[in-house]
Design a binder for this molecule. Structure first.
Ligand code: SF4
Length: 253
């Protein structure tokens, strides 16, 4: 597996629900076709093509950089997010999972929690290395349909595996969350959001966002996203789940 070297890893993020973040891998094997924002940025600024993007390259000096950067953040940071521009638990990439486990253990050793997000799966090793009560483990899930998954998230973990592994983290006593973004409009896929929400009713936090990139022809998208967001909010109230509705969903109305 090819590797890259970086000068810096941790950065303050401008993302709505962010804080600090790191991307210890360049590229992502999941190869989402929404398309993936991180891929588009790398294509634009680094001329990386899709075939390159789906061959992940770990940052070789990850641990060395974090050992230098983390002491400066001790006591000054809420969460470190893993990751906004790659996937820390890439499906069928045990070497990436192993590196991510080492990263979590190191971050936690400075008393800092992590908030992770994946379209892969959490293996039992993740539960073993984690050592902070505020760690929060998440999956991205926008549809229960395997046909949708195969078309738009071709190399990501099957929906049921993703859900099962998140539920296992929940059963181990960890905080869990789901990012429902980019939620598709009915012209992309017809689905029942109530059934969808019931499948993730065990989590502590849900973030809901609209379909952002590429073609979106659905005529009543503002109305549609308002309805979906209202259902997510209602579901959160009923189940005692923290809900975050991304700004552009509200503006789109
Ligand atoms: S999982 Fe995330 S980082 Fe990876 S290709 Fe899909 S959207 Fe991009």
């Amino acid at each position: 597996m090819e590797r890259v070297i970086r000068k810096q890893l941790l950065y303050r993020t401008g993302v709505e629900y962010g804080d600090y973040a790191l991307n210890h891998v360049l590229g992502c094997a999941h190869g989402c076709k929404y398309p993936c924002y991180a891929f588009l940025m790398n294509k634009r600024f680094r001329s990386i093509n899709y075939d390159d993007w789906v061959k992940p390259k770990p940052v070789d000096n990850t641990i060395e950089l974090l050992e230098k950067e983390l002491p400066k953040l001790k006591g000054k940071v809420g969460y470190i997010n893993m990751c906004f521009a790659t996937d820390p638990f890439m499906y069928n990439h045990p070497e990436i999972t192993k590196l991510s486990c080492n990263v979590i253990a190191l971050i936690n050793s400075f008393g800092i929690p992590v908030r992770t997000l994946t379209k892969g799966v959490y293996t039992p090793d993740v539960a073993k290395v984690t050592n902070h009560p505020e760690n929060c483990f998440g999956i991205t899930l926008v549809s229960l349909s395997e046909d949708f998954r195969r078309k738009y998230e071709p190399n990501a973990a099957p929906v049921n595996e993703r859900l099962r592994s998140l539920f296992a983290m929940h059963k181990c006593g960890f905080k869990t969350w789901v990012s429902i973004e980019p939620y598709p409009t009915p012209d992309i896929i017809e689905q029942d959001i109530d059934e969808f929400l019931e499948s993730i009713g065990f989590v502590d936090r849900i973030v809901f966002g609209r379909w952002n990139y590429g073609r979106l022809n659905y005529p009543e998208q503002g109305k549609f996203y308002h309805e979906m967001a209202s259902k997510v909010i209602e579901f959160g109230k009923k189940k005692g789940i923290e809900i975050v509705i991304k700004k552009e969903v509200v503006i789109s109305g």
